[in-house]
Design a protein around this ligand. Structure first.
Ligand SMILES: Nc1ncnc2c1ncn2[C@@H]1O[C@H](COP(=O)(O)OP(=O)(O)O)[C@@H](O)[C@H]1O
Ligand SMILES: Nc1ccn([C@H]2C[C@H](O)[C@@H](COP(=O)(O)OP(=O)(O)O)O2)c(=O)n1
Length: 229
Protein backbone atom coordinates (compact mmCIF):
# COMPACT_ATOMS: atom_id res chain seq x y z
CA UNK A 1 0.00 0.00 0.00
CA UNK A 2 1.42 3.39 -1.02
CA UNK A 3 2.02 5.69 1.96
CA UNK A 4 4.90 7.95 1.05
CA UNK A 5 6.07 8.87 -2.42
CA UNK A 6 8.40 11.77 -1.63
CA UNK A 7 5.71 14.24 -2.64
CA UNK A 8 5.26 16.69 0.25
CA UNK A 9 2.04 16.73 2.25
CA UNK A 10 0.82 19.38 4.69
CA UNK A 11 -1.79 17.91 7.01
CA UNK A 12 -4.42 20.13 8.63
CA UNK A 13 -6.47 18.29 11.24
CA UNK A 14 -8.89 19.63 13.79
CA UNK A 15 -12.50 19.89 14.93
CA UNK A 16 -15.41 21.36 13.01
CA UNK A 17 -15.14 25.12 12.50
CA UNK A 18 -11.46 25.39 13.37
CA UNK A 19 -10.87 26.73 9.85
CA UNK A 20 -9.26 23.69 8.18
CA UNK A 21 -11.22 23.88 4.94
CA UNK A 22 -10.64 27.59 4.47
CA UNK A 23 -6.95 27.40 5.30
CA UNK A 24 -6.42 24.22 3.24
CA UNK A 25 -7.80 25.95 0.19
CA UNK A 26 -5.75 29.13 0.67
CA UNK A 27 -2.58 27.16 1.40
CA UNK A 28 -3.05 25.02 -1.70
CA UNK A 29 -3.67 28.18 -3.70
CA UNK A 30 -0.55 29.90 -2.32
CA UNK A 31 1.67 26.90 -3.04
CA UNK A 32 -0.05 25.74 -6.25
CA UNK A 33 -0.66 22.33 -4.65
CA UNK A 34 -3.48 19.80 -4.77
CA UNK A 35 -6.06 19.49 -2.04
CA UNK A 36 -7.79 16.62 -0.23
CA UNK A 37 -10.99 17.42 1.65
CA UNK A 38 -11.24 14.06 3.41
CA UNK A 39 -14.38 15.08 5.31
CA UNK A 40 -16.16 15.29 1.96
CA UNK A 41 -15.58 11.54 1.46
CA UNK A 42 -17.30 10.76 4.78
CA UNK A 43 -20.09 13.21 3.95
CA UNK A 44 -20.50 11.61 0.50
CA UNK A 45 -20.59 8.12 1.99
CA UNK A 46 -23.36 9.17 4.38
CA UNK A 47 -25.34 10.97 1.67
CA UNK A 48 -24.96 8.13 -0.81
CA UNK A 49 -26.03 5.57 1.82
CA UNK A 50 -29.07 7.64 2.66
CA UNK A 51 -30.00 8.04 -1.01
CA UNK A 52 -29.71 4.28 -1.55
CA UNK A 53 -31.89 3.58 1.47
CA UNK A 54 -29.01 1.95 3.36
CA UNK A 55 -29.46 1.80 7.15
CA UNK A 56 -26.72 4.00 8.69
CA UNK A 57 -26.64 1.61 11.66
CA UNK A 58 -25.45 -1.23 9.35
CA UNK A 59 -21.63 -0.94 9.27
CA UNK A 60 -21.11 -3.57 6.55
CA UNK A 61 -23.66 -2.03 4.23
CA UNK A 62 -22.29 1.50 4.74
CA UNK A 63 -18.74 0.22 4.11
CA UNK A 64 -19.92 -1.24 0.77
CA UNK A 65 -21.21 2.22 -0.13
CA UNK A 66 -17.81 3.73 0.77
CA UNK A 67 -15.96 1.11 -1.31
CA UNK A 68 -18.05 1.74 -4.39
CA UNK A 69 -18.43 5.52 -4.06
CA UNK A 70 -18.76 6.98 -7.55
CA UNK A 71 -17.43 10.50 -7.02
CA UNK A 72 -15.53 13.11 -8.99
CA UNK A 73 -13.88 16.22 -7.60
CA UNK A 74 -13.76 18.76 -10.38
CA UNK A 75 -11.11 21.44 -9.86
CA UNK A 76 -10.60 23.90 -12.63
CA UNK A 77 -7.47 25.50 -11.13
CA UNK A 78 -5.30 24.19 -8.25
CA UNK A 79 -6.43 25.73 -4.96
CA UNK A 80 -9.81 26.91 -6.30
CA UNK A 81 -13.10 25.55 -4.88
CA UNK A 82 -13.95 22.15 -6.34
CA UNK A 83 -17.32 20.84 -7.47
CA UNK A 84 -18.29 17.49 -5.96
CA UNK A 85 -20.11 15.14 -8.31
CA UNK A 86 -21.79 12.04 -6.88
CA UNK A 87 -23.03 9.57 -9.51
CA UNK A 88 -23.20 12.41 -12.02
CA UNK A 89 -25.14 14.68 -9.64
CA UNK A 90 -23.60 17.93 -8.36
CA UNK A 91 -23.87 17.67 -4.54
CA UNK A 92 -21.35 20.43 -3.70
CA UNK A 93 -23.84 22.33 -1.52
CA UNK A 94 -25.88 19.39 -0.26
CA UNK A 95 -22.95 17.71 1.48
CA UNK A 96 -22.15 20.91 3.43
CA UNK A 97 -25.25 20.92 5.63
CA UNK A 98 -24.98 20.35 9.39
CA UNK A 99 -27.28 17.30 9.01
CA UNK A 100 -24.88 15.74 6.51
CA UNK A 101 -21.93 16.60 8.81
CA UNK A 102 -23.60 14.80 11.71
CA UNK A 103 -24.35 11.74 9.53
CA UNK A 104 -20.73 11.80 8.30
CA UNK A 105 -19.46 11.80 11.87
CA UNK A 106 -21.63 8.73 12.57
CA UNK A 107 -20.42 6.67 9.60
CA UNK A 108 -16.83 7.83 10.19
CA UNK A 109 -16.82 5.94 13.50
CA UNK A 110 -16.99 2.60 11.60
CA UNK A 111 -13.55 0.97 11.12
CA UNK A 112 -14.75 -0.74 7.90
CA UNK A 113 -15.74 2.62 6.41
CA UNK A 114 -12.39 4.17 7.35
CA UNK A 115 -10.54 1.20 5.82
CA UNK A 116 -12.60 1.47 2.63
CA UNK A 117 -11.65 5.14 2.20
CA UNK A 118 -7.95 4.91 3.15
CA UNK A 119 -6.30 4.23 -0.21
CA UNK A 120 -8.66 6.60 -2.01
CA UNK A 121 -7.33 9.39 0.24
CA UNK A 122 -3.67 8.42 -0.26
CA UNK A 123 -4.17 8.50 -4.02
CA UNK A 124 -4.62 12.28 -3.78
CA UNK A 125 -0.88 12.60 -3.06
CA UNK A 126 0.38 13.92 -6.37
CA UNK A 127 3.00 16.45 -7.54
CA UNK A 128 3.88 19.12 -6.71
CA UNK A 129 2.32 18.59 -3.25
CA UNK A 130 -0.86 18.00 -1.27
CA UNK A 131 -2.69 19.89 1.44
CA UNK A 132 -4.91 17.37 3.26
CA UNK A 133 -7.62 18.39 5.72
CA UNK A 134 -9.52 16.17 8.12
CA UNK A 135 -9.29 14.45 11.50
CA UNK A 136 -6.63 11.76 11.02
CA UNK A 137 -4.49 13.11 8.15
CA UNK A 138 -1.37 13.38 10.35
CA UNK A 139 -2.00 10.31 12.50
CA UNK A 140 -3.23 7.65 10.04
CA UNK A 141 -3.51 8.64 6.38
CA UNK A 142 -0.18 10.51 5.94
CA UNK A 143 1.89 9.54 9.01
CA UNK A 144 5.12 10.51 7.17
CA UNK A 145 3.97 14.00 6.18
CA UNK A 146 6.79 16.52 6.75
CA UNK A 147 4.43 19.22 8.04
CA UNK A 148 1.51 18.49 10.37
CA UNK A 149 -0.72 21.14 11.86
CA UNK A 150 -3.56 20.60 14.32
CA UNK A 151 -5.97 23.53 14.20
CA UNK A 152 -8.26 24.25 17.09
CA UNK A 153 -10.46 27.04 18.49
CA UNK A 154 -12.88 27.20 21.40
CA UNK A 155 -16.28 25.59 20.78
CA UNK A 156 -17.90 29.02 21.25
CA UNK A 157 -15.73 30.65 18.57
CA UNK A 158 -16.37 27.75 16.20
CA UNK A 159 -20.14 27.93 16.73
CA UNK A 160 -20.02 31.69 16.08
CA UNK A 161 -18.09 31.11 12.82
CA UNK A 162 -20.66 28.54 11.64
CA UNK A 163 -23.47 30.89 12.64
CA UNK A 164 -21.99 33.75 10.59
CA UNK A 165 -21.35 31.38 7.67
CA UNK A 166 -24.93 30.06 7.65
CA UNK A 167 -26.37 33.55 8.08
CA UNK A 168 -24.40 34.69 5.05
CA UNK A 169 -25.95 31.81 3.11
CA UNK A 170 -29.41 33.02 4.15
CA UNK A 171 -30.02 30.26 6.73
CA UNK A 172 -31.32 31.18 10.16
CA UNK A 173 -30.22 28.91 13.00
CA UNK A 174 -29.85 29.37 16.72
CA UNK A 175 -26.28 29.74 17.91
CA UNK A 176 -27.08 27.62 21.01
CA UNK A 177 -28.22 24.82 18.68
CA UNK A 178 -25.00 25.04 16.65
CA UNK A 179 -22.91 24.99 19.83
CA UNK A 180 -24.65 21.79 20.97
CA UNK A 181 -24.14 20.17 17.57
CA UNK A 182 -20.46 21.11 17.55
CA UNK A 183 -19.94 19.70 21.04
CA UNK A 184 -21.76 16.48 20.13
CA UNK A 185 -19.65 16.04 16.99
CA UNK A 186 -16.40 16.79 18.91
CA UNK A 187 -17.37 14.21 21.48
CA UNK A 188 -18.03 11.49 18.89
CA UNK A 189 -14.96 12.31 16.75
CA UNK A 190 -12.59 12.42 19.75
CA UNK A 191 -13.87 9.36 21.56
CA UNK A 192 -14.19 6.77 18.81
CA UNK A 193 -11.70 3.93 19.10
CA UNK A 194 -10.60 4.03 15.46
CA UNK A 195 -8.52 7.02 14.28
CA UNK A 196 -9.94 9.49 16.84
CA UNK A 197 -9.52 13.23 16.41
CA UNK A 198 -6.21 14.07 18.10
CA UNK A 199 -2.97 15.84 17.20
CA UNK A 200 -0.18 13.63 15.84
CA UNK A 201 2.80 13.52 18.22
CA UNK A 202 4.81 15.62 15.75
CA UNK A 203 2.03 18.13 14.94
CA UNK A 204 2.15 21.85 15.67
CA UNK A 205 -1.01 22.82 17.55
CA UNK A 206 -2.46 26.11 16.35
CA UNK A 207 -5.26 27.75 18.34
CA UNK A 208 -7.02 30.00 15.82
CA UNK A 209 -9.58 31.50 18.26
CA UNK A 210 -7.96 34.94 18.25
CA UNK A 211 -6.53 34.99 14.72
CA UNK A 212 -8.00 36.13 11.42
CA UNK A 213 -7.96 33.88 8.36
CA UNK A 214 -5.03 35.88 6.94
CA UNK A 215 -3.05 35.52 10.17
CA UNK A 216 -3.64 31.77 10.30
CA UNK A 217 -2.60 31.39 6.65
CA UNK A 218 0.60 33.31 7.34
CA UNK A 219 1.40 31.06 10.30
CA UNK A 220 0.76 27.88 8.30
CA UNK A 221 3.02 29.08 5.46
CA UNK A 222 5.68 30.02 8.04
CA UNK A 223 5.51 26.55 9.61
CA UNK A 224 5.87 24.97 6.15
CA UNK A 225 8.86 27.24 5.32
CA UNK A 226 10.53 26.38 8.62
CA UNK A 227 10.23 22.66 7.74
CA UNK A 228 12.25 23.21 4.56
CA UNK A 229 15.19 25.13 6.00
N1 LIG B 1 -9.35 32.29 11.71
C1 LIG B 1 -10.62 32.53 11.36
N2 LIG B 1 -11.21 33.64 11.78
C2 LIG B 1 -12.50 33.89 11.48
N3 LIG B 1 -13.28 33.06 10.73
C3 LIG B 1 -12.72 31.96 10.26
C4 LIG B 1 -11.39 31.62 10.56
N4 LIG B 1 -11.12 30.45 9.96
C5 LIG B 1 -12.26 30.07 9.34
N5 LIG B 1 -13.22 30.99 9.51
C6 LIG B 1 -14.60 30.93 8.99
O1 LIG B 1 -15.28 29.96 9.79
C7 LIG B 1 -16.14 29.17 8.99
C8 LIG B 1 -15.77 27.68 9.14
O2 LIG B 1 -14.48 27.49 8.60
P1 LIG B 1 -14.10 26.12 7.84
O3 LIG B 1 -12.85 26.39 7.11
O4 LIG B 1 -15.27 25.59 7.09
O5 LIG B 1 -13.79 25.17 9.09
P2 LIG B 1 -13.59 23.59 9.15
O6 LIG B 1 -13.21 23.11 7.78
O7 LIG B 1 -12.52 23.37 10.17
O8 LIG B 1 -14.92 23.03 9.60
C9 LIG B 1 -16.00 29.71 7.56
O9 LIG B 1 -17.05 30.60 7.31
C10 LIG B 1 -14.68 30.45 7.56
O10 LIG B 1 -14.67 31.52 6.66
N1 LIG C 1 -10.39 12.56 8.07
C1 LIG C 1 -11.63 12.66 8.53
C2 LIG C 1 -12.49 13.70 8.06
C3 LIG C 1 -13.77 13.75 8.54
N2 LIG C 1 -14.20 12.82 9.42
C4 LIG C 1 -15.58 12.80 9.91
C5 LIG C 1 -15.77 13.49 11.23
C6 LIG C 1 -16.49 14.77 10.91
O1 LIG C 1 -17.40 15.11 11.97
C7 LIG C 1 -17.20 14.48 9.60
C8 LIG C 1 -17.28 15.67 8.66
O2 LIG C 1 -15.95 16.18 8.48
P1 LIG C 1 -15.67 17.61 7.83
O3 LIG C 1 -14.19 17.84 7.90
O4 LIG C 1 -16.29 17.67 6.47
O5 LIG C 1 -16.47 18.56 8.79
P2 LIG C 1 -16.17 20.06 9.22
O6 LIG C 1 -15.95 20.85 7.98
O7 LIG C 1 -14.95 20.04 10.10
O8 LIG C 1 -17.41 20.45 9.97
O9 LIG C 1 -16.45 13.44 8.98
C9 LIG C 1 -13.34 11.87 9.91
O10 LIG C 1 -13.71 11.07 10.75
N3 LIG C 1 -12.08 11.79 9.43
Amino acid sequence: MKVSSGIPVITLDGPSGSGKGTIAQLTAQALGWNILDSGALYRLTALSAERQGVDLADENAVAKVAETLDVRFEARTPGQPVSVILMGDDVTLEIRTETCGAMASRVAAYPLVRAALLQRQRDFQSAPGLVADGRDMGTVVFPDAPCKIFMTASAEVRARRRYDQLKQQGESVKISHLLNEIKERDERDMNRSNAPLRPADDAVVLDTSDFSVDEVLEKVLQIWSSRQS
